[in-house]
Every structure is written in C-alpha cells, then in structure tokens.
Ligand binder design. Sequence first.
Ligand code: NAP
Length: 257
Amino acid sequence: MTQVPHPLFDLRGRRALITGSSQGIGLALARALGSAGARLVLNGRDADKLAQAVSHLRQEGLEVSGQAFDVTDADQVAQAVEALEAEAPIDILVNNAGIQIRGPFTEFSHADWDRLIATNLTSAFLVGQAVARRMTARKRGKIINICSVQSELGRPTIAPYTATKGGLKMLTKGMAIDLGPHGIQVNGLGPGYFATELTSALVKDEQFTAWIEKRVPAGRWGRTDELAGAMIFLASPASDFVNGHVLYVDGGMTASL
Ligand code: NAP
C-alpha cells in the first residue's frame, strides 16, 4: 500500500465514491482504488455491514468513510451526494450497486422487473446525474459503470438482468457523449463470472461450475482482485482519452461462442 504508483495510474489526491461496496465486487474495486492512493467512500443500504467494510479497509491502511443510502431512492441519492460534496469533491464515481433475480420469463413478476431496473439501471442515472452535475462545473471526472458479460450475452432465466446490463452499456455510451466535452470520461467495466454473494448459488452448483470451467477460456471463476487493474486504469489519467468503452474482464468469455 505504501509504494508510489506510476504517474499514469496515480490516484493520490482523488476521492472515489463506490456504490454497493460493502461486500463483493464493489469492496474489491474500492480496495483497488485505495491501493492507487484514492480516498474512498463506501456505500450500501445496511449500515452495520457498511461499517464493518469501512473498518476492514481502514485496518488495511486505506483512507475510507461510509455513506449509507439506497441508490434507487432519488431523495436519498440527492442528499447523500450533496453531503459528500460539501466535504470534498467526488472525483471518481463507480456505479456498482446491483442485484440479480432469476426466474423463467413467463413467470417473472412485474415487481421483480421494477426492482432490477431500479437497482441496476436507474441508480446509475440518479447517482451519475447528481455527481456529473458537480463534475461538469469542475471540468474533470471519471465515472465507471459496472456492466457485465450480460451487457452482451444472455442466458436462461435472467432476461430482465440482461436487459438492465445491456441498458447500462448504452447509458455509458450516452453519458460519455454528453459529458466528454466537459472533460469527464464515462466507461464501463464488464466482469465475467466472479464468486461473490450474488453468484453464491451458482458457485455451489457443481454443474454450473463445470459449465464455467468449459465455457470460459481461462477455465475458471474470476477472483475479485483480478478486477483491480482495469478499475485503476479506468479511474486514472491513463484512460483520459478512453470514453464510452466497456472493458470486459471475463477470462475471454465474450470472445468465445
Ligand atoms: P453482491 O455481493 O450482492 O453486493 C452487492 C452490493 O450492492 C452490496 O454491498 C449491497 O449492500 C449493495 N446494494 C444492493 N442494492 C443496493 C441499493 N439499492 N442501494 C445501495 N446499495 C445496494 O454483488 P456483486 O457480485 O459484488 O455485484 C456487484 C456488481 O457487479 C453488480 O452490479 C453486479 O451486477 C455486477 N456483476 C457481478 C458479477 C459477478 O459474477 N458477481 C458479474 C458481472 C457483473 P446492501 O445490501 O447493504 O445494500
């Protein structure tokens, strides 16, 4: 943690808000940004779980605080972003909060569809807009939307999730176009299959894991620390002319039929 980062990947002096970072991929992405020198703001709805994640990263020597809010609630988002910006600017926003609900298309409830859209897509609009309004005034900023291999590819029982991640890919491009003239880069990071709480049922499913081992050229599940390099790249000066791109970190899955 104490080594000096390469200037292109140096995040010292930058502050990052990572939504949905009390566990899983968000927590790993926060740790990555912290290792490159960023000050971190973690987020989640469950304040206790969030406090534990904050204390965990603090013990690792990172500068970190927590802001509990629900990314689907426009009022909570507006208040949280205002409170954070009153302390110090948010230079890097990672729209990571997301959920998965599986079920056959014909039986999928409207309520679950709405929850998925709100959490995985509307959240990036709400938090992205609130933060981008401040970034445009500063003429600088990085926004990274956490997409998925499902931004490109479907699978049985997850049509609504796939729709949210496909939508997020196109929101990323649209935001990049509108915000690019203001010195802001908006990119996507698309993880393949990583073992987290969200995928725990699949990890335990021997048949599914055997399928992953055959389907992914790398022959295995991803480890969340393997997202670190792509995260730091998209948040740092190294990507200052990269805009509207989705970088897949998937062991080659989207390259292969
Ligand atoms: P996870 O382990 O279930 O963690 C989700 C995080 O989001 C938690 O911290 C959760 O905390 C928070 N969250 C959920 N709803 C929220 C809300 N409404 N407001 C604020 N925070 C909320 O999931 P993960 O596997 O790390 O996934 C993170 C992201 O990566 C998601 O966007 C997911 O779609 C994407 N992704 C995951 C994989 C994978 O293989 N795991 C692959 C591709 C993409 P609270 O419950 O306390 O709010």
